[in-house]
Design a protein around this ligand. Structure first.
Ligand code: M6R
Length: 613
């Protein structure tokens, strides 16, 4: 979703902003713009489309300056066009702002400002905020910082905001509520961004803004205050652990493909240091202090969106099987508005790659208020969810750039298996033998995935056969049912083919009506305890002339002869099978999307980090 970059210091600001916007492009956007302080005044350039369009537009313009800000916009209020692109300037031209989030009371603010003579040029809520700051600045005769604080106290909604004031040049003012902002601290320079990716090549020292924080940056100083009281506070400076090379494609055509192929290493990283090789004890350092509370839990509630929700569904199967604790899985956007029953002896787990998903973040707050223990399973270190939860487990998948989540999903599953094994071992709900054997299985997953990846040419061939389809159904049972959901989501989001996932047993209750000789049905059918049931489902589809593509266990000649096409995966314990079964489905979706000339890394309408609801 929208991305913000800001810089103030000795460097030429334009290249920092343009490179920063390119780094933020993975978040998803439809227009881009920059504002540069030039001769004590903000100069704004903005364009609909990619950052390259903006660069082209700026190529014959004066782009000098040492302070400024940039923005990639993912449209909420008003269509994507040059006018609605950020930055936005207040009516009298004193303030220029970039903004992520949504100003929910913008209609009311707009009519108040309109009554005071303000005229509006765009359809955005951001322009209203720029005008409100300007109005208060002139009316109350206060500093730019005070005007920003006063305006923000009138705002209902979410914001990550950067403000430039022509009367107070060489200063950037940034504030946050529910929309992330990070400040990078360099030598005589400061960076600002929605996430750390645009600044990792310049600095490793960062401060994550919290809600109600306002930061005032000059080339020489950085002051952090509260929005409501204006009280100065000490910044919590942290060190980034990511390297700039993680942002490169490393020879792959797309980040998504690179990330699919990285999965063996991802899983090794998720496991690293977490299984004691001497005594096979599982070490989840982030949970040590809260383990007694987890062990007393009456139930676990997992909250997530999208792919992370699919991972949570698989987590439910695994935790219930190995640790025998009841698990409920909730879609965050529903949960946050329900009146859920939450008890102090519940453990709530928020699962999120980005750690910034607005719905997931909002869903954990009432759980905290009701006294539940709230844990985070996040990939992005220092992200909002990671900071707002009591404790948690990082997935260590590395930066995921492709909008379609792949390696982050595998890392989430790996963490759930470790978590379930640890609980099951302590609670004695699994035998020592099963415990050791699942650990062994988990350790063998990277090699097994390498094996599956070698079949990419064959998967591409099968994808060619199906690249013209308009619909597909994915089915599975047990913990392979959410794998079917995930396979369908991957196909849908990057190739724009309508695909739905179902529990295989549900076919008879409706979806089977769709089956004819044109509909491909992708069946996730490993040799687990559901196998015979899935074989029956396959027979039923075959009897209606449906085309079956099946993920099968290597050597399963029975299914090989029964279905149209196969993706083979090595034999494995049922709790680790999802980690293997999802890989051919990711490659299948990727291959079809490429054959249909789709931009797999930045699919239309989608954003990597969904920071507004
Ligand atoms: O960062 P999160 O894991 O919280 O993101 C949740 C979803 O927005 C995300 O998984 C989305 O569904 C992806 N596009 C899936 O590929």
């Amino acid at each position: 979703m929208c991305g913000i970059i800001g810089y103030i210091g000795n460097k030429e600001v334009y290249p920092v902003l343009i490179n920063g916007l390119k780094r933020l492009a993975y978040r998803g956007y439809d227009s881009a713009g920059i504002a540069l302080f030039q001769k004590n005044k903000a100069t704004v350039y903005k364009k609909k489309g990619k950052v390259s369009e903006l660069e082209k537009y700026c190529s014959d313009k004066d782009t000098g300056g040492h302070a400024g800000m940039g923005h990639t916009r993912w449209a909420t209020h008003g269509e994507p066009n040059d006018l609605n692109a950020h930055p936005h300037t207040s009516m009298k031209g004193i303030f220029t702002i970039v903004h992520n989030g949504i100003i929910e009371n913008f209609d009311k603010l707009k009519s108040d400002l309109s009554a005071k003579g303000y005229i509006f040029h765009t359809q955005t809520d951001t322009e209203i905020l720029a005008d409100l700051i300007e109005y208060l600045y002139l009316e109350e005769k206060v500093s730019a910082e005070s005007a920003v604080r006063m305006a923000l106290l009138k705002v209902v909604g979410a914001y990550g905001l950067v403000v430039m004031c022509n009367d107070e040049p060489d200063q950037l003012i940034a504030a946050r509520k529910s929309s992330p902002l990070v400040i990078g601290i360099g030598e005589g320079e400061y960076f600002l961004a929605s996430d750390a990716t645009p600044m990792i090549e310049y600095t490793k020292s960062v401060v994550y803004l919290n809600d109600n924080d306002i930061a005032i940056l000059t080339p020489k100083s950085f002051t952090l205050k509260t929005v409501d009281q204006g009280e100065e506070k000490a910044p919590d400076i942290r060190e980034l652990e990511i390297g700039a090379d993680e942002m490169e494609k490393k020879g792959y055509d797309y980040f998504m493909l690179k990330e699919i192929f990285e999965q063996p290493r991802t899983i090794e990283n998720s496991l690293k240091g977490r299984i004691n090789t001497d005594n096979k004890e599982i070490v989840l350092g982030g949970l040590t202090n809260v383990m007694p509370r987890i062990l007393e839990a009456r139930r676990i509630i997992m909250i997530a969106c999208g792919t992370s929700w699919h991972a949570a569904l698989i987590g439910k199967y695994i935790i219930e099987e190995l640790a025998r604790i009841p698990v409920e899985v909730e879609v965050a956007s529903e949960y946050r508005y329900r009146k859920p029953v939450i008890c102090p002896n519940d453990v709530v787990i928020a699962i999120s790659q980005s750690g910034e998903t607005a719905d997931t973040l909002a869903a954990i707050r009432p759980a905290k208020e009701k006294g539940a223990l709230v844990l985070g399973v996040c990939n992005v270190v220092g992200s909002s969810i990671a900071r707002e939860t009591h404790a948690g487990i990082y997935t260590h998948a590395g930066i995921e750039i492709g909008v379609a989540s792949t390696k982050a999903f595998s890392a989430q599953l790996t963490v759930f298996i470790l978590f379930a094994l640890k609980l099951g071992h302590i609670r004695k709900t699994i035998s020592d033998q099963r415990y050791s054997s699942v650990i062994g299985e988990l350790l063998s997953v990277p090699e097994k995935i390498e094996n599956i990846l070698m079949s990419f040419p064959k998967i591409k061939e099968i994808a060619t056969k199906y690249s013209g389809i308009n619909n597909a159904i994915y089915i599975g049972r047990g913990c392979l049912f959410p794998v079917a959901l995930e396979g369908a989501l991957k196909l849908k989001e990057i190739s724009y083919i309508h695909a739905e996932g179902y529990a295989a047993g549900e076919m008879k209750h409706g979806p089977i009506a769709l089956v004819d000789n044109k509909l491909p049905v992708v069946v996730v059918a490993a040799q687990d305890r559901y196998y015979q049931k899935v074989v029956s489902n396959i027979q039923e589809v075959k009897a209606r002339k449906g085309n079956i593509i099946a993920v099968i266990t290597k050597g399963d000649n029975n299914l090989k002869n029964m279905v149209d096409d196969i993706f083979e995966i090595p034999e494995s314990d049922s709790v680790v099978t999802p980690l293997l079964a999802v890989v051919p489905l990711q490659l299948f979706a990727y291959s079809i999307a490429i054959l249909r000339n789709c931009n797999v890394d930045q699919p239309r309408n989608l954003a990597k980090s969904v920071t507004v609801e």
